[in-house]
Design a protein around this ligand. Sequence first.
Ligand SMILES: [Zn+2]
Length: 186
Amino acid sequence: MSPDFASAATVLAMSDGLNNEFSPNTDELLANNAHYIETFADHDLALQPRRQLAIVACMDSRMDIFQMLGLAHGDAHIIRNAGGVVTDDVIRSLLLSQRLLGTREIILLHHTDCGLQRVVSDELMDALEAETGMRPSWSLEAFKDPYQDVRQSIRRLQATPFVPHKDHIRGFVYEVETGNLAEVEA
Ligand SMILES: [Zn+2]
């Protein structure tokens, strides 16, 4: 085993506990949807979010954004990626959210026990390059401290010229242990 693959094994060790007995979910979910449309009541919702709000959140499966904040369908844009990081693509979505669809407020939601806290960027990038022959052009955006990463995300929003409305930006860390939202001062 080459050193590169040893390092790949190291950085991918967090996948060790995963369930390898996989079966696809889609057919079951389509059956759920057949029930859902029987009582569907959202046909009158407007395209523009009612609360003029956009939320940028981590994709973590433990975070139900609508439930944790008491939001209803049609209230807000929810923009999600690994980490809830403010990337160029998040800025693209916020630009459209604000300029075309009328939102004026941004909430950032990171959380404790994020998968990105377990990633060592250089090691994973080296492993990817060794395995595929290509090094990604994008950053993995790994971090150690979710509170510090919220501050960085707020600073990126403040620095970009493409998000016009910046008067109402607040950032939080969702504590997966308690469900509590801890506000992070910029
Ligand atoms: Zn996360």
